[in-house]
Design a protein around this ligand. Structure first.
Ligand code: SF4
Length: 236
């Protein structure tokens, strides 16, 4: 089970200002740019980002109308997977996290009456997670290429037709316990800035982008991290 820790993940002021990793560009005043640059320096110096990825690729051995079977033994129940992964011969389950230090600091700043800094840091954490998710897609594309296969876009527990209750199964299949990622309250991941995803690998496997996923997401109107266009990646 591949585990990648201590990954470098550079965050820039422009990531927020230009909405490069979300569909929401934010015009930033010079003062906010300066504060943000200082905050990024602090995040780097304090190592509040500890990006890590775990994933596992398994063979799809059987499938039905609303389930797929992996390695002859593991059954994932999800109509969305059965439908979108029909051309896939393999399924990758992945989990990634930016660690818990950043979220701990967000709570500390909220608790000490510094909500503006806390909100900005929380946004940085979400953008870092989105960038890390893009990295997962790049890694798996390389894995697919090595197998002579094509990679799909990502699907996530909580998508329509992929019940959030499947989060536990995907987390376990991806190796989340190896990274110290756990479920709390049934479907929420801890550390908070973590996510799970599933990708299909197959001959002529159709691909789709994070923006394509957002286009059909029921939360898109109220989501700050909605993505547009053909940008590969994932949603937080
Ligand atoms: S919640 Fe929906 S709209 Fe927001 S980033 Fe995720 S898929 Fe896109």
């Amino acid at each position: 089970m591949p585990l990648l820790r201590d990954l470098s993940l550079a965050i820039a002021v422009e990531d927020i200002a230009c909405g490069r990793h979300t569909a929401r560009a934010r015009p930033l005043s010079p003062a906010v740019r300066t504060r943000l640059a200082e905050l990024i320096e602090t995040v780097t110096a304090q190592r509040w980002l500890q990006p890590a990825i775990a994933y596992r690729i398994r063979t799809i051995t059987d499938r039905g109308g609303d389930w797929i079977e992996l390695d002859g033994a593991i059954k994932l129940q999800a109509p969305l997977l059965a439908h979108r992964m029909r051309p896939a011969s393999h399924l990758a389950t992945v989990v990634c996290t930016v660690g818990e230090s950043l979220s701990r600091q967000v709570s500390a700043w909220f608790g000490s009456g510094n909500p503006a800094r806390a909100v900005l840091l929380d946004e940085l954490g979400s953008i870092a997670l989105t960038k890390l998710a893009d990295r997962c897609g790049e890694l798996l594309r390389d894995e697919a290429l090595a197998l002579g296969l094509d990679l799909s876009g990502s699907l996530h527990p909580g998508d329509d037709g992929f019940a959030i209750e499947q989060q536990a199964a995907v987390l376990q299949l991806a190796g989340g316990d190896e990274l110290g990622i756990a479920l709390q309250g049934g479907s929420t991941l801890a550390p908070l800035k973590s996510l799970t995803a599933v990708y299909g690998l197959g001959k002529k496997m159709p691909n789709w982008s994070a923006g394509d996923n957002c286009a059909t997401c029921r939360a898109r109107e109220r989501c700050s991290y909605r993505r547009d266009g053909r940008t590969a990646g994932i949603a937080a």
